[in-house]
Every structure is written in structure tokens, then in C-alpha cells.
Ligand binder design. Structure first.
Ligand SMILES: Cc1cc2nc3c(=O)[nH]c(=O)nc-3n(C[C@H](O)[C@H](O)[C@H](O)COP(=O)(O)OP(=O)(O)OC[C@H]3O[C@@H](n4cnc5c(N)ncnc54)[C@H](O)[C@@H]3O)c2cc1C
Length: 262
């Protein structure tokens, strides 16, 4: 059996290790960097068998385990999965099974994307900044604010367009007990650029070094044009709850089904 895995986030890496231990031939495709979305996390506290740690630490563990099992990454973006056929820019190949662990894409506000200082993931923010605006009021917004504050960013502001907060109470509590400034019912309506970013809300205008937009994410499966029995969609890409252990669990379960069906 030969298996293709699309995405080297937690789900894809877990699947690769599982299959490798069964001696199954696999190709692990990654268009960006190993680790996926968890690289952005401020502090991962919900995995009971290791101490709370930053997302970067988990990325290091994933990379180390890939090396331990001598699993090579195919550094290519998968452009199409059509049944058993997988296509990249440089080749087309048929596999017995394809595991899609491609995560999510951000919901974008394209009119705010005035320069590279407007991003959707923490890891894409400028390395050095004094001030950061965050748009959104979910886990990623509060997590990003805490991470920025911990990294020494002096002015961190969260803008929530409504009064509803969808983040974990623990993150909200920690943010409220920190110098992070939280703005309620203050939607951003325009983003401009001079030396830094000019962020206009329904109340006033501000200057920030960067803007992190966290208004939600959606499954990244547009490249799957034909989903058959041999194509397994797991992890955040499956559209269910978005947690690392669920993503890993789904990947392992899919691999066990593949092995059992052999
Ligand atoms: C700020 C933040 C904090 C978080 N904190 C926690 C936490 O504390 N605890 C927790 O359990 N979860 C946390 N999460 C959620 C967790 O990161 C995700 O649930 C987990 O990363 C999902 O893993 P995945 O492998 O399914 O997808 P992803 O991690 O998104 O990985 C998908 C990978 O696929 C690659 N890819 C996509 N398309 C293609 C393609 N066409 N070709 C090749 N490669 C492709 C991507 O580049 C990426 O590397 C957090 C998320 C965020 C954003």
C-alpha cells in the first residue's frame, strides 16, 4: 500500500509516524512548514501528558519525531486530489489511499490587506513591533494577545465588533488581568498605511505596527475535487471541533482503518 498525506501539521505528522511504524510506504506533502497552525499557540495547556508549553515547542517535537523515524517531507503544495489521483505543480501520482490533513484557511478581509503587516497568523507578524491590533474575539484573538504581551509588545489591543466573546474563559481572564486593552462594540472599518498602520474604527483612529485578523477559519479542502472511499479527510480540515488532540486522534483512526482494510 502507498499512502499520500497532505499537510504536515499535528494530524499529518501523527499519520506519517503511524504508517511508518507499520512499514507502509508514504509521501508526506507540506506546502509551508512542518507544524501547521499549532506553531502560533501561546501556551498549549490541554494535553494532559506533557507540561504546558508554547506551540513552537510542539513544532520542535513534531520535527524531531519525523527525524527519528527518517520521514522526509515532500515540500510541494498539493493542487488537486481527485479520487486516488494527486497532483502537484511538478507531478501527478496515483496512491492507494490519500489522507487529507490540510487544516483550515482564514476568513479574510481583503480590503484590510494593505501590506505585509496585516496577517492572519501570529507566526507571520513582524519580528519586532511595539504595538499590535488584533481583530476578533475568539480563542485565537485572546491567545495571540497574550503571546504578544509575553513577547514584550507594549501596546496590545483587541477589537471586538460586538459584545460577544467566544474565547476560552481562562484566556479572557488572563488577558483582563494584563495590560492588554480590550475594545467592545468597536468594529474596524478601514485600514490604511503610512509609516505604520492607521486603523479606523467606528469610534476613532489608531496607529499600530501590525494587525492580526482572527475572525474565524474554514476547512481547507477546495483542492479535493473528488472524495471517494480512499480519501480520508481528518483534523481541522474535516470541519469539526478544532483541537490538536482531536486532529491527531482522527488521523490515527483513519490510518487504523486503512491498515485493517489492507
Ligand atoms: C492561536 C492558536 C492556538 C491554538 N492553541 C491550541 C491549544 O492550546 N490546544 C489545542 O489542542 N489546539 C490549539 N489550536 C488548534 C490546533 O492548532 C489545531 O487544531 C491543529 O493544528 C490542527 O491540526 P491539523 O494537522 O488538522 O491542521 P493544521 O495544523 O492546520 O496543519 C495543516 C497543514 O497542512 C498544510 N497544507 C495545507 N494545504 C496544503 C496543500 N494543498 N498541500 C500541502 N500542504 C498543505 C499546511 O501548510 C499545514 O502545515 C490552536 C490554534 C490556534 C490558531
Amino acid at each position: 500500500m502507498r499512502v499520500a498525506i497532505v499537510g504536515a501539521g499535528p494530524a499529518g505528522v501523527a499519520a506519517a509516524i503511524f504508517l511508518k511504524r507499520y512499514g507502509i510506504q508514504l509521501d508526506l506533502f507540506e506546502k509551508d512548514q512542518v507544524g501547521g497552525l499549532i506553531a502560533n499557540a501561546w501556551r498549549v495547556e490541554n494535553i494532559p501528558f506533557f507540561d504546558p508549553c508554547p506551540g513552537e515547542k510542539i513544532v520542535e517535537l513534531l520535527q524531531r519525531n519525523l527525524r527519528y523515524f527518517s520521514i522526509e517531507i515532500v515540500h510541494e503544495e498539493v493542487l488537486e486530489v481527485k479520487g486516488k489521483k494527486l497532483r502537484t505543480k511538478s507531478f501527478e501520482q496515483e496512491y492507494d489511499k490519500i489522507l487529507v490533513a490540510s487544516g483550515t484557511l482564514p476568513k479574510r478581509i481583503t480590503e484590510f490587506e494593505v501590506c505585509e503587516k496585516v496577517v492572519y497568523e501570529f507566526k507571520h507578524l513582524p519580528k519586532s513591533m511595539d504595538s499590535l491590533a488584533i481583530y476578533g474575539a475568539g480563542d485565537a484573538a485572546f491567545d495571540g494577545a497574550l503571546k504578544a504581551a509575553e513577547k514584550g509588545v507594549k501596546n496590545v489591543h483587541i477589537f471586538n465588533r460586538s459584545s460577544t466573546i467566544r474565547a476560552l474563559p481562562r484566556l479572557v481572564e488572563l488577558a483582563k488581568n494584563s495590560p492588554i486593552v480590550y475594545h467592545e462594540k468597536e468594529p474596524i472599518i478601514e485600514v490604511g498605511q503610512q509609516q505604520n498602520l492607521i486603523i479606523k474604527t467606528n469610534k476613532t483612529s489608531y496607529h499600530f505596527d501590525a494587525l492580526l485578523i482572527c475572525i474565524g477559519r474554514m476547512p481547507n479542502v477546495g483542492f479535493v475535487t473528488e472524495k471517494t472511499h480512499d480519501v480520508y479527510i481528518v483534523g481541522d480540515a474535516s470541519g469539526g471541533f478544532r483541537q490538536m488532540s482531536i486532529a491527531v486522534g482522527q488521523a490515527i483512526e483513519a490510518c487504523m482503518r486503512m491498515v485493517n482494510e489492507q
